[in-house]
Design a protein. Structure first.
Length: 277
């Protein structure tokens, strides 16, 4: 593997740890003073918002993907819990996976799990700028013999920068950048793709309209710097409806615009959030 595989994670970590602490005010989040949060999640991006202390959120993201080679179904289940008003822990499970290749029989099984954490600085400067960084670790517990999963241990650090626009009903524009360091952790068939690191980026915005939230994302994933051939880019329009303070529901339709992208995807969204105390 080229030097890229080992140098970029170190550079990324150094940049995060080297940020001057004085440039980020301690989060001004308490039960009495909270930065407005018009939305809980996006469809293919991480948002800057943390869960408040002792707040827990359950989210289900069922999705369908169609490419030239196969059709896939995924049921991502996510749990977030606020350790403090700025720090949350994250658990994700791929749940049921289904793959129907054009040239082979359909296969199904359970997917991998991810655990991680995210820390956020909210209300910096004039109160409308936010920053967070986090890391997820994916453990290859899903089946690899059938090719449903790839047997990779993955370390996925990411950062998010966001800017609110109160004059436009608390709309927000955000930018996310992440890195996926991949290491083969299980013996897999020769048909499985080799371990190749990925860079991901997301640019997006949301616009509250009464109980509706119009969302738009541009999502990218690229492994060419590590010798791969993937350059996925999606335009992801979506909509979310707030059923109540605790519940949200939504749907998005990512559209692939590069040769390696899926033709299209359909992503559902169901969220339930509540406080434990």
């Amino acid at each position: 593997m080229c030097l890229f595989r080992y140098s970029l994670p170190a550079i990324f970590t150094s940049l995060i740890l080297g940020l001057p602490y004085s440039s980020f005010a301690e989060p001004k989040k308490s039960r009495g003073q909270i930065v407005p949060q018009p939305i809980q999640e996006m469809f293919q991006s991480n948002l800057v918002y943390p869960q408040e202390k002792d707040e827990i959120q359950f989210t289900l993201f069922p999705s369908f993907k169609k490419s030239q080679d196969a059709q896939k179904i995924r049921t991502l289940f996510e749990v977030e819990y606020g350790i403090t008003d700025a720090l949350q822990v994250i658990f994700e499970w791929d749940g049921l996976l289904y793959k129907n290749p054009r040239s082979n029989p359909a296969i199904a099984g359970v997917g991998n799990i991810e655990v991680g954490a995210q820390y956020s600085w909210m209300g910096m400067g004039d109160g409308n700028t936010h920053f967070s960084f986090g890391n997820l670790i994916e453990f290859p517990v899903g089946p690899v013999e059938s090719g449903l999963t790839e047997g990779f241990l993955e370390i996925q650090p990411f950062i998010v920068l966001a800017r609110d626009f109160p004059e436009f009903n608390q709309s927000q524009v955000f930018l996310e950048f992440g890195f996926d360091w991949v290491k083969q952790a299980r013996n897999v068939p020769e048909s499985i793709a080799p371990e190749i690191d990925n860079i991901s980026w997301n640019i997006g915005a949301f616009f509250p309209i009464k109980l509706w939230r119009a969302t738009i994302e541009i999502n990218g994933n690229n492994n060419k710097l590590d010798g791969g051939s993937i350059n996925d880019i999606y335009i992801t329009p979506g909509t979310i409806y707030k059923l109540s303070k605790e519940w949200e529901i939504g749907m998005a339709t990512p559209i692939g615009i590069t040769k390696t992208s899926d033709d299209y995807r359909v992503i559902g969204y169901l969220m339930w959030e509540f406080e434990l105390d």
